[in-house]
Design a protein around this ligand. Structure first.
Ligand SMILES: NC(=O)c1ccc[n+]([C@@H]2O[C@H](COP(=O)([O-])OP(=O)(O)OC[C@H]3O[C@@H](n4cnc5c(N)ncnc54)[C@H](O)[C@@H]3O)[C@@H](O)[C@H]2O)c1
Length: 338
């Protein structure tokens, strides 16, 4: 920590999402500050550094070695996450890491060991857990308001319009780890695992490239996840089309009732009863990135466990890898056989 007790943060990767994270740090400026930014492209780092008076580095290893920072915020392309986590852990820095945590089971093992050996806190940047309807929905489910849960659906669907040459590392498997599923599809995957109070055991998936031919991977995915308690989850995610009207962000149904949400308002309906509005949506779309960054800082200051650490991050990755294996082989994949 700095002399004034604020947490000093170094950001690695000054692209699109780093801007959203910086917005978050500025909202908790009394408790944290970005003091260093590293990007191989110095100009990119510079444009953010000016906003927060941070020092610029072109090699993040120099930043970690020479800058007095408490925590590292990783906003890099997917294939670079693992090495950056290992470098941060080796230096005893806490980590906020953008999704996905990493790309393979071998990388996941390396990350898990490094974090535990260093005794640092790693928080997965799972921003949609900070949608206002998620915590009350999780509580209702755990209070038994739905009875035995039978089924759940989580979605993240939008029509991405971007030229092939601007998609860069996202278009290639070697750098993204797959296609849409390991990118945007990561959100409804962690959301499903967060809502359902059981362990995922089996995965079946169908992947499609409906529209974006320039992607090496899929632009759309549907994934079924069976949990140990028998709950079946359905993840629907796409960059190819606009979500049809009425598509919920998440819904869960069980023997005693159901709930559904657009992420902001939350509805609950006891079986055979009338729907109840549990939570209003509010007029303003919440900035989940700022909420996530604020929670990271609070976790570090209070020594509290983040909602999702590398433990949950690895579980999410396993479901995604099982979905790819399932689609490849046209079969249901048991997670224990991954
Ligand atoms: N949570 C969300 O909703 C959300 C949204 C967008 C992106 N993301 C995630 O954020 C991460 C970054 O995505 P983005 O859209 O900001 O990508 P981006 O391409 O806009 O930015 C990546 C930055 O990393 C820099 N970089 C590349 N190699 C580097 C290296 N070796 N050292 C330092 N810098 C390096 C690039 O120059 C670039 O500025 C990804 O994990 C992505 O999935 C999350």
């Amino acid at each position: 920590m700095g002399q004034d007790e604020r947490i000093n943060v170094g950001i690695i990767g000054a692209g699109e999402i780093a801007g959203a994270h910086i917005r978050g740090y500025l909202q908790v400026a009394d408790r944290a500050r970005v003091t260093a930014i590293a990007d191989v492209d110095a100009q990119r780092a510079q444009r953010y550094a000016e906003q927060v008076s941070a020092q610029v580095f072109t090699d993040y290893r120099d930043m970690i070695a020479s800058s007095p920072i408490d925590a590292i915020d990783i906003c890099l392309p997917h294939h670079l996450h693992k090495d950056a986590i290992l470098a941060a852990a080796a230096a005893g820095k806490h980590v906020l890491c953008e999704k996905p945590l990493c790309l393979t089971l071998e990388e996941a093992d390396a990350v898990t060991h490094a974090v535990s050996a260093a005794g640092i806190t790693l928080m997965c940047a799972h921003n949609q857990l900070f949608l206002p309807a998620v915590a009350p929905a999780r509580t209702l489910i755990r209070q038994g308001k739905l009875g035995k849960v039978y089924t759940a659906r989580t979605t993240d669907i939008f029509a991405l319009t971007i030229a092939a040459d601007r998609l860069g590392w996202r278009a290639r498997r070697a750098t993204s780890g797959g296609g849409e599923l390991i990118d945007t599809g990561y959100h409804p995957t962690y959301l499903l695992l967060h809502l359902i109070d059981s362990e995922p055991v089996e995965v079946a998936a169908m992947l499609s490239r409906h529209r974006m031919e320039f992607l090496e991977g899929e632009d759309s995915a549907q994934v079924l996840v069976k949990f140990a308690d028998g709950t079946v989850g359905n993840i629907v995610t796409s960059w190819a089309y606009e979500a049809p009207g009425g598509t919920e962000r998440f819904s869960v149904a069980g023997e005693a009732g159901s709930l559904w949400s657009n992420g902001r308002s939350l509805h609950y309906k006891p079986r055979g009863g009338e729907p109840i509005l549990v939570q209003e949506s509010g007029d303003v779309e919440p900035d989940t990135y700022s909420l996530e960054v604020a929670d990271f800082i609070t976790c570090l200051q209070e020594g509290r466990r983040p909602l999702n650490t590398e433990v949950e991050g690895v579980k999410v990755l396993k479901v995604i890898l099982a979905a790819y294996a399932s689609a490849d082989g046209g079969r249901i994949v048991e997670l224990k056989n991954l």
